[in-house]
Write a protein that binds this ligand. Structure first.
Ligand SMILES: Cc1cc2nc3c(=O)[nH]c(=O)nc-3n(C[C@H](O)[C@H](O)[C@H](O)COP(=O)(O)OP(=O)(O)OC[C@H]3O[C@@H](n4cnc5c(N)ncnc54)[C@H](O)[C@@H]3O)c2cc1C
Length: 291
């Protein structure tokens, strides 16, 4: 019978519980948060309590020791900062592979998404597999018996916190996106894209050079293999050449519109609608037509 462990610092683990249920057997959660009451739909919960001011990461050795005592087949963690540390500690303790980009996982085998989804990698291993996946919503279902564990805690303490104001946007939830590329000559010219986005009811995104390098946009606005993977109804790529590293992030788009003054630009091979022209002429005309 398979035994799945979930290590977590947050009760949002519904997707991990689903994976554990699909694997079959029992699910044990090791939690470094709360009293375990929110960790529903599993078979057993072990809470590792932390004193006030101790970060979840400091409990990683205790979590790893608990899992290593009876490791089972698969260990799952959500793709969040504290959980990545917990999963890393468990993998190191077990000498097991730590897998990111997990698409599916089970005893001894996993399928991983690579290069922004344009390739899949099959992994097999005789050892336990430790996988990092999206955590999902709050878990639901029956309450499980909760035990409280003790264990080694690193001496780390939170001594101060600084809050940074950052613009945050969830492009993955956007229904329409107008994305800007290096075809824009100056930051002030982005007003043309914002005007079109406003007429379309769209979010504004960009290619990587405009977020990393020019820094005209925050990093959560760039689309591609190392940025956001988006799937809007309409994706308008303006002054974007269409390099693979960018287009890997727009594969789920329902319709792609490209505006580029180079008729040979690779983006046109990905586009459902192509407009060959100077964006400085095309965007105002499009925005006016949509108003
Ligand atoms: C490891 C790695 C990861 C990367 N990850 C990403 C990623 O996640 N996302 C990403 O976007 N990039 C990524 N890149 C960078 C990527 O390879 C390209 O360099 C980048 O996507 C190019 O951005 P661009 O299309 O805006 O610029 P360019 O390639 O310079 O294209 C600009 C386009 O604008 C057009 N243009 C110019 N003037 C006008 C005008 N007046 N009107 C209309 N069109 C005009 C040109 O014809 C051209 O096609 C990555 C690169 C590496 C090495």
């Amino acid at each position: 019978m398979s035994n799945t462990w979930i290590v977590t610092a947050d009760p949002h683990i519904a997707a991990l519980v689903d994976v554990g249920r699909a694997i079959g057997g029992t699910i044990t959660v090791v939690a470094v948060t709360g009293d375990g009451a929110q960790l529903l739909g599993v078979d057993r919960v072990i809470v590792v309590p932390a004193a006030a001011g101790v970060p979840a990461e400091a409990l990683a050795p205790a979590v790893a020791a608990l899992v290593a005592a009876r490791p089972g087949d698969v260990v799952l963690a959500a793709n969040r900062p504290a959980e990545r540390v917990l999963a890393g500690a468990v993998a190191a303790r077990l000498g097991a592979p730590l897998l990111s980009g997990v698409r599916s996982i089970g005893p001894g085998a996993a399928e991983l998404v690579r290069f922004g989804g344009i390739a899949l990698e099959q992994v097999t291993s005789a050892s336990v597999l430790v996988g990092i996946l999206e955590g999902g919503a709050l878990a639901s279902g029956e309450a499980a018996p909760v035990e409280v564990a003790t264990g080694a805690v690193h001496s780390a303490r939170i001594t101060g916190q600084q809050t940074t104001e950052v613009e945050q946007v969830d492009l993955t939830a956007a229904k329409r996106i107008v994305a800007c590329g290096r075809g824009f000559r100056a930051e002030a010219d982005l007003a043309l894209a914002r005007e079109l986005a406003s007429a379309l009811g769209a979010e504004v995104g960009c290619s990587r050079p405009l977020a990393e390098g020019q820094e005209w946009f925050s990093k959560d606005r760039y689309v591609g293999i190392s940025g956001q993977h988006v799937g809007p109804e309409v994706y308008v790529a303006v002054g974007i050449s269409g390099q693979l590293q960018h287009t890997a992030g727009i594969q789920e788009s329902k319709a792609v519109v490209a505006v580029n003054n180079d008729p040979e630009a690779p983006i046109f091979a990905q586009a459902d609608y192509g407009l060959v022209g100077d964006l400085y002429d095309v965007l105002p005309a499009l925005a006016a037509a949509l108003r």
